[in-house]
Write a protein that binds this ligand. Structure first.
Ligand SMILES: [Mg+2]
Length: 360
């Protein structure tokens, strides 16, 4: 039977897998890609680890010092975000040739496959896996279902290197039997509330007073779960555009000296502009993380997109504002570009357009 099907792709242990592809001698060994904050040898956290490292308890988010304590053998590599982003962009570009693609993160995307049969969906999903492996040497997990949430759940079921296509019968079963804790978007706090209401599985919702549910978990989440349970959930796959882009840099030492902070701030601005890939901001935020990890920020909004030079000046002024009002030392500094606008052609063209009223 033809029906709307959505494919969800997750690049398995992405950053660490890329490192394995580049350096195959890493295979079979525990590997963790880390964000080193640059303070001292051990400050920072694990961003992604391969399955060998996960077996040792070395998972995303744990401090580097803890990873070292858990294993003497774990190979800790610095994160090479630009490298991973380049590969991710190519894969996302390929996926978007198959249908509307929603890039959910650097290693996850939804693709709307349109109205197709189960067999066609299976064949397509297999092709996607083979193609990404052939072009990039990367293994991925794929889930296909009639909606985004179940596609993601299906993908999760097959990890790693998985391929799970749900038919109507299996989806029907999920609607009654999936545990609410396994549903994307349901965190521990919400799960606790649902459990207190007697809801452990999605199917338990049937016996629940909707009014009570809305009151306890809020309108949006209640609607989300009700539609999933009764099979009406139909959130479309939509192309996402990044509206803001930010970068943070850790200073070599805590300081309040603006001249000492300036090069770090400008580096954050450079990196944020690079990540915005040509789009220009109409809003600038400077974010300072203080010596006690408290966060202070100042921002400015413009009526038009601004150039990088203007951004440098604005950021420096905002930094001075922060230092005047706050007497603590700065540990980390960041810049966020908001209200990003794609400017047609080069910056010069944009300003010419502003000046004489027609594009050159
Ligand atoms: Mg992943």
């Amino acid at each position: 039977m033809r029906r709307k099907r959505i494919l969800f792709v997750d690049l398995d242990y992405f950053y660490a897998q890329v490192e394995e592809v580049i350096n195959p001698s890493l295979r079979g060994k525990p590997v963790a890609v880390c964000v080193f904050s640059g303070r001292n040898e051990d400050s920072g956290a694990v961003a992604t680890s391969n399955y060998e490292a996960r077996k040792l308890g070395i998972k995303a988010g744990i401090p580097i010092a803890t990873a070292k304590r858990l294993s003497n053998d774990v190979i800790l590599l610095p994160m090479r975000k630009d490298l991973y982003k380049g590969i991710s962009d190519k894969i996302m570009g390929y996926l978007s040739t198959l249908g509307t693609t929603e890039v959910a993160s650097i290693d996850e995307a939804y693709v709307d496959l349109g109205e197709i049969t189960l067999e066609e969906a299976f064949k397509l999903a297999k092709e996607v896996k083979e193609r990404i492996f052939k072009d990039h040497g990367l293994k991925v997990s794929i889930g296909v279902a009639s909606n985004k949430v179940f596609a993601k759940v299906a993908c999760e079921m097959g990890k790693p290197d998985g391929l799970v296509v749900l038919d109507d019968e299996k989806e029907e079963k999920l609607r009654s039997e999936i545990e609410v804790s396994k549903i994307p978007g349901i965190g521990p706090v919400l799960r606790e509330k649902l459990n207190e209401l007697g809801v452990n599985k999605l199917g338990d919702m049937k016996n629940l007073d909707e009014y009570k549910l809305r009151k306890v978990i809020g309108e949006a989440k209640a609607q989300y779960l009700i539609s999933l349970a009764n099979g009406t959930y139909d959130e479309p796959v939509k192309v996402r555009q990044r509206k803001h882009q930010g970068r943070y840099v850790t200073l070599k030492r805590n300081t309040r000296d603006p001249n000492e902070i300036k090069p770090y701030l400008f580096r954050a601005v450079d990196e944020a502009f690079a990540k915005a890939s040509g789009a220009l901001p109409m809003e600038i935020h400077v974010v300072a993380i203080m010596e006690d990890i408290d966060i202070v920020s100042r921002s400015r909004t413009f009526k038009h997109p601004i150039s990088k030079d203007e951004a440098y000046n604005t950021c420096y002024k905002l930094l001075l504002d922060i230092l005047i009002e706050d007497k603590r030392q700065v540990r980390r500094i960041g810049a966020t570009l908001g209200k990003l606008k794609k400017v047609d052609g080069s910056l010069d063209k944009f300003f010419d357009f502003k000046l004489d009223g027609n594009s050159v």
